[in-house]
Design a protein around this ligand. Structure first.
Ligand SMILES: Cc1ncc(COP(=O)(O)O)c(C=O)c1O
Length: 437
């Protein structure tokens, strides 16, 4: 069984509950602070999500309506053995990757988008507003709103909005309205826009704009990362992976993924962290980041989640909520703070981190290696997860250790070829004149 190339679950085998790690954490999770901001939250957020944010229940039932939406979105997703990659690397390690790229919009973000849209609809909300960085979250929420019959407004970091035209069209196709951020439509946005109408924007600014836009009583704000309930919704990824490993009699020594705000890393890793905390398992967890915004190397302190200080302050590793970060192609990793749950686990020494150079050359080369051997085109963010898994497999080559490496591929890169071209200069390999001769 350990030689299986693909491990599948049937729809009936899909987990029926989300895993909330909060009661199993090694220390109590520091609560959010800020009286004024906390008082505003019920007017801005989806009621059920706010309730789940504070929950101490270890297991939370996934409503049948969300399970149906997951099934329609193609869950459960396969776990693949990367045997061709292993052979190309010459590693004795066994490498397995989870295929969140098999998603209608291209990433894991649909797992929480569908839950949030479902609860919002149930509550009688008419519109969800949000921010997006890479564009994957904005597309996921646009899709989820379309699936349940809600309107959707997306504020999109301008630096990325400019070059991902196809993704903008994709969101429009689902009926969403999409604005480059900072925009002149909100107070926080206008202050910055008036100073520079070409401002590249940041996730932190776009979050402020999304929150401001949610002040309408028929609207609510949906966040695609960082918060406890988002990581809990994403736990479907890791729970499926646990079942898949169980089926083939394997168990990971290493669990790896990329980390921006923490949703795919948390979703993939936390069920396994639960095994470490409650069952005495031994696993090394590594979060792959960019030197452009290595938030896990920041300071562990209270900070705002947004530029405009509309959110409560969260205890997290942060680089500062008003810091400017250089744009990168893996823009989903360019956020100042890491989820409070993962920050706590970093502080207690349960999570390691690595940050790759800002020019992204190495991670894109590793994505190319993966593409040539395994055949799937990863999202730029997922390229970081692949680079880290390859580095660990190469360490095994040196030591001869037959470790089991599990890594998550959070999304596909079908709409990111401009980014691949920019970093790898693909079009120079086959100049246009050759192609058209
Ligand atoms: C494909 C993909 N992976 C990873 C990330 C990083 O976000 P998170 O850390 O919340 O998973 C993003 C963010 O936009 C993304 O689009």
């Amino acid at each position: 069984m350990a030689d299986t190339l693909q491990v599948r679950l049937t729809p009936e085998e899909m987990p029926r509950q989300w895993y909330n790690i909060i009661p199993d954490l090694p220390e109590p999770l520091p609560p959010p602070i800020g009286d004024e901001q906390l008082q505003q939250l019920p007017n801005l957020m989806i009621g059920k999500c706010l309730e789940q944010e504070m929950s101490q229940e270890r297991w939370i039932d996934i409503p049948q309506g969300v399970l149906d939406l997951y099934a329609r979105a193609g869950r459960p997703r396969p776990l693949f053995r990367a045997k061709a990659l292993e052979q190309a690397l010459g590693t004795p390690a066994r490498m397995y990757y989870k295929s969140e790229f098999y998603s209608p919009t291209g990433s894991h973000k649909v797992n929480t988008a569908l839950a949030q849209a479902y609860y919002a609809k149930e509550q009688g909300i008419e519109r969800l507003t949000t921010e997006t960085g890479a564009g994957q979250w904005g597309t996921a929420l646009s899709y989820a709103c379309s699936m349940v019959g809600l309107k959707c407004t997306v504020y999109w970091v301008r630096a990325v909005y400019r070059w991902k035209k196809s993704r903008r069209n994709f969101m429009n196709l689902f009926g969403a309205e999409v604005f480059a951020s900072p925009s002149p439509r909100t107070k926080v946005g206008k202050d910055l826009y008036d100073k520079d109408n070409n401002h590249p924007g940041s996730l932190s600014i776009a979050i402020s704009e999304g929150l401001e836009a949610a002040k309408d009583p028929k609207s609510a704000y949906g966040l695609g990362s960082v918060l406890n309930h988002v990581l809990m919704h994403q736990s479907i990824i890791g729970q499926e992976t646990q079942k898949q490993f169980e089926k083939i009699g394997e168990y990971p020594d290493l669990v790896i993924s990329c980390l921006g705000g923490g949703s795919n890393f948390g979703g993939f890793a936390l069920p396994f962290v639960g095994d470490v905390l409650t069952k005495g398992k031994k696993i090394k967890f590594i979060a792959a980041q960019s030197d452009a915004a290595p938030n896990l190397q920041g300071e562990y302190k209270y900070d705002y989640a947004d530029h405009g200080e509309i959110t409560p302050q969260l205890k997290m590793y942060t680089l500062g909520h008003q810091t400017d970060f250089p744009p990168i192609m893996g823009d989903g990793l360019r956020y100042h703070g890491c989820s409070p749950i993962l920050s706590l686990l970093r502080k207690t020494g349960h999570i390691d981190t690595v940050a790759y150079p800002q020019d992204e050359k190495y991670v894109f080369e590793m994505a190319e290696k993966f593409c040539r051997t395994e055949g799937f085109l990863p999202a730029p963010e997922s390229a970081y997860s692949i680079a880290c898994a390859i580095d660990e497999a190469l360490k095994c080559k040196k030591t001869g250790e037959k470790k089991v490496i599990a890594f998550n591929i959070s999304g596909h890169g079908f709409m990111d070829m401009v980014g691949y071209d920019e970093v790898l200069h693909l079009s120079e390999r086959s100049p246009l004149k050759e192609a058209t001769r």
